[in-house]
Design a protein around this ligand. Structure first.
Ligand code: GLN
Length: 272
């Protein structure tokens, strides 16, 4: 028995938005089309593909992996399970980076642990006079980041294999990172969506601070005079991250809340 678009959406057992995004993906239409064509019958192959994706979504797989892309800062990014799904709170970091980055001269920007390339690509798109270096230690992530650079046609981003600063040369006006910051064994890791994401992009040692400590301690040597470091961190890490910035000698140490009102980004400037 053929099902209509409307029936398929109702029978999926999903939040309405998730069901619409998945069906629109299968049919290669947009969500507005679905609304206007609720009475149209689905072909058997499309119905089977849709209900297969719906089952995977009910099992917790991120919609972004099921459709292979995610919007970030107005950009459509390819994603797959080699990279973290870009999150809205990371746009808070991009917004602060654009406030702090001088707009009136060529600048060098480094994105540590770029994953899909989200932070690097957002800054590169906003600032054509910025040369952005995006690094990751994961081969799978580098492939995704390179595909996104190519798809967006951005000439001012280079993608480099590096374990944090290890293979990076020169100094930067701004260093940004959304590193792993969850403690090993945190129950959050077993939740839907998150348990399908790469553990190396999420977990940072027994206390969640292993990578933040490395990045904050090593950044001053990689910053130009007055250069800025910005990092994303966990919902309960703001005070500890501020202490790391102060111990590393940063000035103007700043905390920024995400859209949920949680301190989520820390920033500081290298002292002149
Ligand atoms: N904010 C993500 C989460 O809570 C974690 C991202 C990260 O570790 N950088 O799932």
């Amino acid at each position: 028995m053929a099902v209509t678009v409307r029936q398929a959406l109702m029978q999926a057992g999903l939040a309405p938005l998730d069901a619409q995004v998945l069906l629109a993906h299968v049919l290669r239409r947009n969500r507005a089309w679905l609304v206007a064509h609720g009475d149209e019958a689905l072909g058997n192959d499309d119905a089977a593909a849709f209900f297969g994706l719906a089952r995977r979504r009910r099992n917790g797989e991120p919609v972004a992996y099921l459709v292979g892309r995610r919007e970030f800062w107005g950009l459509t990014l390819h994603v797959n399970p080699a990279v973290l799904v870009p999150r809205p709170e990371t746009e808070t970091l991009v917004a602060l980076a654009l406030e702090w980055l001088p707009a009136d001269r060529p600048v060098r920007v480094l994105d540590l642990g770029t994953g899909s390339g989200a932070i690097a690509l957002a800054i590169a798109r906003e600032r054509p006079n910025a040369q952005v270096v995006a690094v990751d230690a994961s081969t799978g992530a580098l492939a995704v980041a390179r595909a996104n650079v190519a798809a967006l046609g951005l000439r001012n981003v280079s993608v480099l294999a590096s374990d944090w600063f290890a293979a990076v040369e020169g100094t930067f006006d701004l260093i940004a990172s959304n590193p792993p910051y969850i403690r090993a064994g945190d129950p959050h890791l077993a939740g839907d969506d998150v348990r399908f994401e790469p553990i190396a992009a999420l977990v940072s040692g027994a206390d969640g601070f292993r990578d933040l400590r490395t990045i904050v301690a090593q950044a001053p040597a990689r910053l130009a005079p007055q250069g800025a470091l910005l990092v994303e961190h966990g919902h309960d890490q703001a005070e500890s991250v501020r202490a790391l910035f102060e111990a590393a000698g940063f000035a103007d140490v700043t905390a920024r809340r995400d859209l949920a009102g949680i301190h989520r980004v820390a920033a500081g400037r290298k002292r002149p």
